[in-house]
Design a protein around this ligand. Structure first.
Ligand SMILES: [Zn+2]
Length: 285
């Protein structure tokens, strides 16, 4: 963890100081080595939060975009007493979780239920295959009338499978800590996979990094997601209506066809029938 309580204050780890865990109140040891970032650790190998993952530089650099008091916030479920430490909890109650390690879909779903208004930031550099796969799929993104928003036909072929069914927005960060000079490199953007679908399509937004950070700080992120979800719901309803109309149209045309065809055939048949058996005239009258 980045913070422990030392003399009543949230304090970063430094050599030979002791602190208290802000979540469980047990003693923490400052770990300040050469290879890992400075952090606080519970005694032994266990932490009080089973959801906690060892922090990387990537976690830290993301956390540092936010005020200290929003970082590592201990949250308790009022009904069950269950406690977890959110990576970021903003003043507008948005939880941001930075995920580097693999996570099972069940655990992912449990965390989403616990934090509710949340967004995941996923380290897209952990597996080498993830970014090339994304780039390949990017060619087939379908543009929408909203700039930077795309429809994605087969999200499971573009993103890691465990994130596809998420019930909250998932943002992929393929840049990580890399310095990229090419300003046109796609990794300068964050890619947000939304949890709603329009027909068979998933919805993806390309978001400038700075815009996401600013929007999550000033509270506009939740508002934007809400507006976006409303828009998607509208599109879904429009699409249902179009499908319904098409079905009705085809049903109507079938009825018309039958109506026209039926009497006409009857008429022809009767005519042919009656002509066939008409007695032939013989000679003059
Ligand atoms: Zn603890």
């Amino acid at each position: 963890m980045k913070f422990a309580i030392v003399n009543g204050n949230r304090t970063e780890a430094a050599k030979s100081i002791k602190g208290i865990c802000p979540s469980c109140g047990s003693e923490l040891i400052a770990k300040c080595g050469e290879f890992k970032i400075n952090h606080w650790a519970h005694k032994g190998t266990r932490t009080c939060d089973p959801w906690w993952e060892p922090e990387t530089e990537w976690h830290r650099s993301w956390k540092n975009n936010y005020p200290n008091e929003w970082q590592e916030v201990s949250l308790t479920d009022e009904n069950t007493g269950e406690k977890h430490i959110a990576d970021i909890r903003t003043a507008h109650n948005l939880v941001i979780e930075f995920q580097h390690s693999h996570i099972d879909p069940e655990e992912r779903a449990t965390r989403e239920k616990f934090y509710r208004d949340m967004v995941w930031i996923v380290d897209g550099t952990r597996l080498k295959r993830d970014y090339p796969r994304f780039l390949k799929g990017k060619k087939d993104f379908r543009k929408t009338d909203k700039q930077g928003v795309y429809l994605v036909d087969f999200p499971d072929e573009i993103f890691p499978a465990n994130w596809i069914q998420s019930s909250v927005p998932v943002i992929f960060d393929f840049k990580g800590l890399e310095t990229i000079d090419d300003i046109n490199d796609a990794r300068h953007y964050l890619y947000c996979l939304f949890n709603k679908r329009v027909g068979r399509y998933a919805i993806l937004a390309e978001i400038p990094r700075k815009a996401f950070i600013n929007n999550s700080i000033d509270g506009n992120w939740l508002l934007r997601v809400q507006n976006f979800n409303d828009l998607i719901r509208l599109k879904q309803e429009q699409q249902k209506y179009i499908v319904l109309q098409q079905e009705q149209q085809s049903r109507l045309s079938k009825v018309k066809y039958r109506q026209r065809r039926g009497p006409l055939i009857d008429y022809i048949d009767k005519k042919q029938f009656s002509n066939q058996f008409k007695p032939k005239r013989n000679g003059r009258r």
